[in-house]
Design a protein around this ligand. Structure first.
Ligand code: EPZ
Length: 427
């Protein structure tokens, strides 16, 4: 196991190219299960989560060819050789549940391990299951597995989500493409990653209206064909590096990113006095830390402030003048970074779903660890700004979602390196 060691205090200067979005690539890969023709995905990031899903798809019968640069995957599922998604693979990554809708739609059955809880919340999948039941599936929970059957195929239905779920929208969207008749999804997620999936499914021959809105209408078709599709840039990776520029008082140009998908986040940064210049396919961020001031944000479904950037913004707010109130409404336990930031000198107190951050002038380097991906990235950001050395343990969280993190940051002057973990800290 590895750790990351940062000598903080260097203002970042330079350019960073943003990778393809992990959370778009995962459902796009699962879409291979809907067709026997090749699905070619470009701009796929080379990440642990992508490899985990690739292993799962391979055991369902998918043949995967990765080109030399590693950014193109050709997925061909000529036939499904197993409709079971085993616990050993699903427990590594919750997004594995995305194979459920596609397997059920294509094969009339799917046996998928229940993902279980995770560090940021209980994260049930009841909306996925209720939606599939409304489409005629018979679902039983047995020995920790979702046992779903639809021997006569799924039937089109009207499904209203009581609250917005990215994964449930994606699962039901995939299932509906091959269902008999029309499916309407209301209060559907509008996240850019959902839009990316819908557009790829359209390119595969699916009939979907309302893409980008909270009402998706899908006319089921008999079969889907192959397609070539490029994964959208990772807005969360872009947001993370925007904060890296700001928190070090640096000046960084991000390339291959879409500022339109980060509007609420950019608004918050501008209110905090961070300079953000939006280009066609780029974003430039600069910051004078003496002018940085606290802002209040609340996480909500897209297009509001993303939960996946909450921890990173908090790292920045620890250095702002004044106070900021950061409220998390998506996940019930997504403040795991707070005690670690406090060990670096931050002043943060939690009141239920809100964190009150009182700015301090300086963070101090410390050994830290986090229990999820975005919390870990907030500690990297804090480490870049802190005086002295910060060691981030449990780097495997970062490897799930940030491609070439150390290289991208060191290209902009950060003093950051990876080292092998001592045995007792890795445990
Ligand atoms: C996706 O998770 C992302 N993961 C998450 O990114 C992201 O934080 C989240 O959407 C919200 O934007 C992927 O795309 C792979 P949800 P997902 O279903 O689909 C509750 C990261 O760091 N809920 O929109 O699992 C749920 O518990 C990750 O990259 C139910 O109660 O999120 C949560 O409170 C972490 N029942 C809320 O809804 C359900 O059946 C939103 O979850 C489904 C969800």
């Amino acid at each position: 196991m590895d750790k990351i060691i940062i000598q903080g205090g260097v203002p970042l200067k330079g350019e960073i190219t943003i990778s393809g979005a992990k959370n778009a690539a995962l459902p796009l890969m699962a879409a291979t299960l809907l067709t026997d023709a090749p699905l070619t995905l470009k701009n796929v990031p080379n990440l642990v989560d992508i490899r985990t899903l690739a292993s799962l798809l391979e055991q369902h019968g998918t043949n995967i060819v990765r080109n030399i640069s590693g950014q193109e995957l050709i997925l061909t599922t000529s036939s499904i050789t197993s409709t079971t998604a085993p616990y050993e693979l699903v427990r590594k990554m919750r997004a594995s549940v995305l194979v459920l809708g596609a397997l059920l739609a294509r094969c009339g059955e799917a046996i998928v391990s229940l993902p279980g809880g995770c560090a940021i919340g209980t994260r049930p999948v009841d909306l996925h299951l209720k939606g599939l039941e409304t489409m005629g599936a018979v679902i039983e929970l047995e020995n920790g597995y979702i046992n779903a059957r639809a021997p006569n195929g799924l039937q089109g239905a009207v499904i209203h989500f009581p609250y917005v779920s990215v994964g449930a929208t994606e699962n039901l969207l995939m299932a509906a493409t091959l269902a008999n008749g029309e499916t309407t999804l209301t209060n559907a997620a509008k996240e850019p990653e959902v839009v990316d999936l819908a557009q790829c499914l359209k390119a595969m021959g699916a009939n979907i209206e309302g893409i980008g809105t909270d009402r998706l209408v899908i006319q089921g078709v008999k079969s889907l064909q192959g397609a070539t599709y490029s994964v959208l840039p990772d807005r969360i990776e872009a947001g993370t590096y925007m904060i890296a520029a700001a928190i070090t008082g640096g000046d960084v140009l991000l390339k291959n990113c879409n500022s339109k998908q980060l509007e609420t986040f950019i608004d918050a940064l501008r209110k905090a006095n961070v300079q953000v210049e939006e280009g066609d396919n780029s974003i430039r961020v600069a910051c004078d830390l003496n002018l940085l001031k606290g802002v209040d944000v609340m996480t909500e479904p897209y297009p509001s402030f993303p939960t996946d950037l909450q921890a990173q913004l908090m790292a920045l707010m620890t250095l702002a003048s004044g106070a900021s109130m950061i409220t998390e409404t998506i996940f019930e336990n997504r403040f795991m970074h707070v005690p670690e930031l406090c060990r670096m000198g931050a002043n943060v107190t939690i009141h239920k779903s809100s964190a009150l951050v009182r700015g301090t002038r300086q963070l101090i380097g410390a050994p830290v660890m986090a229990t999820d991906l975005r919390a870990s990235s907030s500690l990297v950001l804090a480490g870049l700004a802190a005086k002295g050395e910060t060691t981030i343990h449990r780097v495997y969280h970062l490897d799930r979602g940030y491609e070439q993190l150390e290289q991208k940051l060191s290209n902009c002057g950060a003093i950051i390196r990876r080292a092998k973990e001592d045995e007792e800290l890795a445990a």
